[in-house]
Design a protein around this ligand. Structure first.
Ligand SMILES: Nc1ncnc2c1ncn2[C@@H]1O[C@H](COP(=O)(O)OP(=O)(O)OP(=O)(O)O)[C@@H](O)[C@H]1O
Ligand SMILES: [Mg+2]
Length: 244
């Protein structure tokens, strides 16, 4: 079953008075429960693609469909509840609320939903990633890796159907990186959570069902990694065969 689909996404940014095309005709079909890794050089458009797929920004052209409904033209009022209930995000820059403790940051999306078990869930998640002892710390008192783990807990607290994560283990040592990956894989196994991860980590890519490589805003390679991989989607994609 398809959970997310894009058709012909393009996005340009004005740099000075020149429009630079950052995404160029990107089409992608993602199945429910699939673990997709997006890789590519710095500046290739990975973060931009994630923000468009998750409805945080709009493409110039093309469509984004989530669970068969077209979200491309939805306004903020319609998108906000969808994002809070369906998506979990981990940004490259974490976006923690500075005035809230680690625990309060993690609880926040659940409280927005009126979840009475927000605290219990947040505590359990923090425990899972080794942050139980940092519950009452504020973001400025946390290391980069601790902030990252806190942001991951916040992304997962509402049981999202799709997790978008931009370099979720970028600041973590191998032990903590493995714990975060295990947490994500457990959600995939147990709840068929769909995972879209931007990462440079070869270890993570090895566990993915599929890896797409962006270069200058285009998908230049796409390959299955795991035996149950769910292969090439859509037309017009060159596969160089180097990923499996
Ligand atoms: N708001 C913006 N205004 C102008 N240019 C932007 C903006 N956001 C991104 N860009 C440009 O778009 C290109 C793609 O950026 P993007 O952040 O998607 O790259 P990336 O693949 O995530 O890179 P990295 O691996 O360094 O995180 C870059 O050249 C960047 O400078
Ligand atoms: Mg990026």
């Amino acid at each position: 079953m398809t959970i997310l689909e894009t058709r012909g996404i393009t996005k340009s940014y004005l740099i000075g008075n020149r429009a630079i095309k950052v995404l160029d005709d990107v089409s992608l079909v993602v199945s429910k429960g699939e673990f997709l890794v997006v890789k590519g050089e710095s500046g290739s458009g990975k973060s931009t693609l994630l923000t468009i797929l998750s409805g945080l920004d709009r493409p110039d052209h093309g469509r984004v469909l989530i669970e068969n409904s077209d979200i491309t033209d939805l306004d903020e009022d319609a998108l906000a509840p969808l994002r809070n209930a369906t998506f979990g995000f981990v940004f490259q820059s974490f976006h923690l609320v500075p005035s809230l403790t680690a625990l309060e940051n993690v609880m926040f999306p659940a409280e927005l939903k009126g979840d009475r078990d927000a605290r219990g869930k947040a505590e359990a998640l923090l425990e899972r990633v080794g942050l139980a002892g940092r519950r009452t710390s504020f973001p400025h008192q946390l290391s980069g890796g601790e902030k990252q783990r806190c942001a991951i807990c916040r992304a997962l607290i509402n049981g999202p159907r799709i997790v978008f994560a931009d370099e979720p283990t970028g600041n973590l040592d191998s032990v903590n990186g493995a714990a975060v990956l295990e947490l994500l894989l457990e959600l995939k196994r147990e709840r068929e959570t769909t995972l879209l991860l931007v990462t440079h980590s070869p270890e993570i890519a090895l566990k993915a069902d599929r890896v797409v490589t962006l270069s200058d805003g285009r998908i230049v390679a796409e390959g299955g990694m795991a035996p149950h991989a769910n292969n090439v989607a859509g037309g017009g994609i060159a596969t160089d065969g180097s990923h499996g």
